[in-house]
Ligand binder design. Structure first.
Ligand code: PD2
Ligand code: ZN
Length: 288
């Protein structure tokens, strides 16, 4: 696992350890401000290395133990070398598998019939998309996101149950940690300007959002149709552009809720035709 940390955070960890603070309490503080527990535990383990650790031996041992206990920290779709995953008899292809940051492009995640069924079920429910209000954790209209959308709970229909089971298996992340499936529709010119999907540690509204399953740790965007032109998903920090092709999907995980995750991403304007996607945002804990 690669732990990416800002110099400020490393300095804070060093300072606290140097003053003899309890590593377990420091981990709790980091979780409270929005870091994942795995990340916080990894940071403590990293800072407890002999050359950098200035606190008591007991605290050093506790931090080292914390590192040893780091669980699988993020959704982890597959091992290197895998080219297909079969779920309930449905064959999903692995088209791209980037490791840092973790970005996986899937082929044939959904069938044409499943894509069409999701679109038709959504049409009557569409409403203008909103974004998180960073001050209070609510939602608001935002010119940076000009799509319309709706969402479905996990058990909304047998179709949703099938799709959700497949998503959970290919991402190897529990369905219970997933937010409801968001369906988005972009007309000509509509876009989603570059942003991060995690909740920023600097925003006042983040503490409210974290109460529902903790931090977001990964996103899966599935293309339900192929726009005539435009509508790619772009990752400016890594120079990657994913073509929106019906049934395919792009998955990415964020190792920390900071720009160091290099998961800045956006949906470019639709130039001709329309664009439909299904987005699953994944939390570190059960979403409730
Ligand atoms: O529509 C997209 O390509 C897109 C881009 C960025 C969707 C999202 N973010 C999202 O749903 O979070
Ligand atoms: Zn996004």
């Amino acid at each position: 696992m690669v732990i990416q940390a800002t110099p400020e955070l490393l300095r804070w960890v060093d300072d606290q350890l140097g003053r003899g603070c309890d590593p377990a309490e420091m981990i709790d503080s980091m979780v409270t401000v929005g870091h994942t527990r795995a990340f916080a535990e990894g940071m403590l383990g990293k800072a407890s290395g002999k050359t950098r650790f200035k606190g008591s031996q007991a605290a050093a041992d506790a931090a080292a133990d914390a590192l040893n206990e780091v669980p699988e920290p993020l959704p982890a779709p597959l091992a290197s070398g895998t080219s297909t995953i079969v779920v309930d008899g449905h064959r999903v292809e692995i088209l791209v598998n980037l490791h840092h940051p973790r970005i996986v492009v899937f082929g044939n995640l959904l069938t044409d019939a499943e894509c069409d069924a999701l679109i038709e079920a959504s049409r009557p429910k569409l409403a203008r998309s909103e974004t998180v209000n960073r001050a209070n954790g609510g939602t608001e209209l935002n010119e940076a996101r000009t799509s319309e959308g709706t969402y479905f709970f996990h058990d909304a229909s047998p179709l949703l149950e099938t799709i959700n089971r497949r998503i959970a298996q290919v991402t190897r992340w529990p369905l219970a940690n997933g937010e409801p499936l968001q369906i988005l529709h972009y007309g000509i010119g509509a876009e989603y300007q570059p942003h991060y999907d995690y909740f920023s540690l600097e925003d006042a509204g983040t503490s409210t959002l974290l109460q529902h399953g903790g931090q977001r740790v990964a996103t899966l965007i599935t293309y339900l149709n192929t726009p005539e032109a435009g509508g790619a998903t772009v990752f400016p920090d890594v120079g990657l552009e994913v073509a929106p092709i019906r049934g395919n999907a792009v998955f990415f995980a964020y190792e920390s809720p900071t720009p160091a995750s290099r998961t800045l991403h956006g949906g470019t304007p639709v130039v001709a035709g329309e664009k439909w996607i299904a987005t699953r945002w994944m939390r570190e804990n059960v979403y409730a």
